[in-house]
Every structure is written in structure tokens, then in C-alpha cells.
Design a protein around this ligand. Sequence first.
Ligand code: ARG
Length: 565
Amino acid sequence: MNYKLIIAEKIAKAAELNVDDVQKLIEIPPKPEMGDFAFPCFQLAKVFRKAPNLIAQELSEKIDKDGLEKVETVGGYLNFFVDKASFSKGVIEKILTEGENYGHSKIGEGKTVTIDFSSPNIAKPFHVGHLCSTAIGNSLYKILSSQGYNCVGINHLGDWGTQFGKLIAAYERWVDEEALQKEPIKELLRIYVKFHDEAEKDPSLEDIARQHFKNLEDGHEKEVKLWQKIKDVSLMEFNRIYDMLNIKFDSYAGESFYNDKMDAVVEELKQKNLLVESKGAQVVNLDEYNMPPCIILKADGASIYATRDLAAAIYRKKTYDFYKNIYVVGMDQSLHFKQVFTTLKLMGYDWADNCVHVGFGLVKFADKKLSTRKGDVIFLEDLLNEGIARAKQAIEEKNPSLENKDEVAKKVGLGAVIFTYLKNNREREIIFNFDDILSFDGETGPYVQYSYARAKSILRRAEEEKSTASADFTKLSSQEEFELVKLLASFNEAILLSIEKYEPSIVTRYIIDVAKAFNKFYNLCPILSCEDEGLKAARLKLVEASTYVIKNGLALLGIDVVEKM
Ligand code: ARG
């Protein structure tokens, strides 16, 4: 039951217009006095050759009022006031029937979306920027899947490049195998840094590294084996983080996967007369688009990041025939993606228009302790563990007798971190401060999880009472109840908007609003102590409906709920 659609149908019928066009124009007014839905008649003035207020007037008389309390005209607007009782009943019953599927739809069926996300670099720390990509990408995956899209999550690992020559040279000289097994990335980072220190004293090391990389490219057994080992131990560590966050990928085809697919791209570019020489390198000129050239082959013949992305995009189109091909990568790579997409277009691939760079901004740490502990890099695992430890501490203080404290702390701590990453418009800078993100009463993960647990506890207590009264929805008449119902009704709309803008924060903000509206309702309307049995039963159904929306909403962000906290 989609009220917007019902109203759109009424208007469309009265005005003899197309329902879809009408639905797009319907607004949700900022204040309840202005109605539950509003239809602006300004755009119709041209079609009907009449003043908008006249059109509104005429339509208001023609419209079928069934299910509506009243229709008012204000200037060029038609304001609709729905019949609260039938609206509330319809919405709540729909939610309770659909349960964990409430909010979902099938509009994406038959369409595949490839999502390139997380994509850390082997032998380097999984840093906070990668967590942004991981959280946003994972959420988009879930959001799109909820609407029936077939999603393919791709971890485009940075597993190729000249740095592997250096790593191999360093490995052979200085690796501590024990440390490597225990904390692979830290050990790889240590020997990599050592390589640079030593190479300053002894430049011949650079030549050795270059030779190793050349051997690696030529498939020499020793180098390939070491590269594979470095990759394996790095993945072991990355997988620990993915497991912790319960994140899965459908493909780990990283940069090295395209080694044997790039010659064809270079050949194709040549044939299409797109390659020109510039300072010894082969590039695609993008002057016309006010961009620096896209470098395809460096002067030494080595292919680079962009070439791999061209090969990857073509491969993805062939393999998955995507409807959209999304890259969740920091905005510092905006130019790179513009160059790649433009080059694809120049190659004659119109589907380049379906490639989307979903960028995000920087993360800043207000917490001094975190940002200085290990030099410049923040190890993500440390950050997550710190979140869990602090959540545990808060639980010990607030609810020391809680069962499975560790499990709850894990869900709350990780939830708080992820929530922070998904709360603001993704292009905005994130200021990360543990005290704020773990607070139970800000716009935080714990606040939402707590609202859910609170609702669940009411439902548990009601269950014990074994009341058989049936819900009387005509009694849900307070402002707080109706605002909550209306909000619950617009879940799917929030999801669709977040898809349109590739913006999980629209869902996050929506859940915050639901939690706030729920708490307002909870604080102002007695539930368990309500004396009117029919009203009490209706309120309990509203509580239950709210729990589904919060749970389903958090699931789209990759955050678990807790039944008690
Ligand atoms: N590994 C890259 C980095 O850490 C991100 C890769 C993004 N994906 C891509 N197809 N270029 O910066």
C-alpha cells in the first residue's frame, strides 16, 4: 500500500494525466498543517492554460475523497490530509505482513550492478579510506539487492606494481617469518620501509628490485611464489577484517587479474587511432575534455593503473553485462575515473555512460591517541577493536548484568563505527571521535540500536501479559503516532532516493528520523500502562512495526541490531 501512489492515482484520474508523472510531482510538506501530501499545480499551468490556483480549485472538487480526511487548496497547491485511521491501519498491517521484507521491491530485477569496493593494496595497511569504501560499497550492495538488483561485489585488489620488486628484495633479506605469520601487514610494511632506508645508502638495491619485478612479470617461479605468498598473508589479514564486519565479495579479481588482458586494450586503442606518443609514453589525448592525457603505457612500456581499469571495465561488461558499473573510491581519484570513462567513450563504448564513480571525502581523527599511535597510518583493525572495547566499557557501566556482553559489545562497537561512516553525505569530511560516535543519545549507531532494544523489551513484556484485545487503529490519533506511521510508510522511498544518488546516508538519516519519532511516541504515549485495551494493542503493533523498519534499515547499512543492551 503506497499512499503516494494512491493519491497520484486520484489526481491522475481527476486531471486525466499519467500516474507516473503525477507521482513524481507529489511532495511531502514540511509541516503537518500543510497536509500529509501536497501536489503543486504550477507545472500544469502551461498544459491547461490556466492559473495554478484555479487548477487546484477545480481538481479539489473532482478528486475522489475516499480514504481522505480532506483536500485543501492553498495557492497553487493541493494539500491532502489522509484519513488517519485507515492510513495507519494500512501501513502497520503491511509492515507486519511483510516483516523482514518490508521496504524491499523488485524494481531492479533482471539488472546487474557491479560494485567495485574496498579494494585495498596488498602488503599495505587497510586504512580508513578503505573502510569508507568498504562501508559504502557494502551498503550499496545491500540497498540495491533489496530492490531486486543482481549485485556483483568486486574487490579490485591492488596486487600488482613495481613495489612488488622491492618487497621481494626486502623479503629475501630481512623478513622475520614469525612476525609475518602473526601480523603480516605490519611486517611487510616494516621491511618495505627498511628497503627504502637501505636503498638510500646502497642504490644498487633499486636495480635488484627492478630485476625482481621484471622476473615477476615474465613469470619466473621464485618471484611468482613470493608474490603469491605476500598476497596470501595480506589477504589473510584483510579477511579477518571482512569476517569481523561480515562482508563478502563475489570476486577478488584485482589488478594482476588483468595482466593478460591489457595487450588487447592497447591494440584496440591503437587500431582506433587513440594512442599518441608523449615524452616517450603512450597516451590518450583528452585536451578536448579539458583533462590531462590518460597514460596507457609508460616510457618503459609498463602498463599502469588506468590501463588496468580500462581492461577491467571491458571485462566486466563482457562478463556481467552490467546495467551500472560502480566504483566506490575516494574523491582523490575523481580525475582518474573521468579519464578512464572518457577513454572508454572514445573507444566507442556507449556503456561508459553507465560507469559511475561513487566518491567520498576524507576522514579526520579528533582522537589524538589514535592518530599518533603508529606514525601516520591508522590500522583499521585497531580502530575497530577500540570501538568494541569502548562499547564493552559502556555496557559494563550501564547494564553490568546483561547476557552475552561480548557479542553485544561487538555489534554496538562495530555498528557505531560503520554508522559514522554512513551518516553524512559521502563527499563530506568525517570527523571521527569515539566519545561522540558511541554516545547513546546523539545521532549515533548506539542510539538507534538502543531504540530498537527498548522497543523489543516493550514487546517482550506485552507478550508476557498474553492479552487478546484486538487493535483499534481509529484510536491512534495523536500527532506523535501519526508522524511515526507516516515516516514508517516512506521507507521504500528513502531507499529509492539513496539508490538514485548512490548515497547510503539517505537511509542512515531516515533510520535516525525513525528512531527519533519512535522515542517521541514512546515518551509521550503510554503503551504498557495504557488503559484502553484497543488503543494499547494498536500502539503495540506500531511498536512492532517500528522494530521491523529499524532492523531492516540497519541491515541495509550492514549493521546488526541487538535484542537487549
Ligand atoms: N587500490 C586502490 C587504492 O587503494 C583502489 C582501487 C579502486 N578500484 C579501481 N578499479 N581502480 O587506492
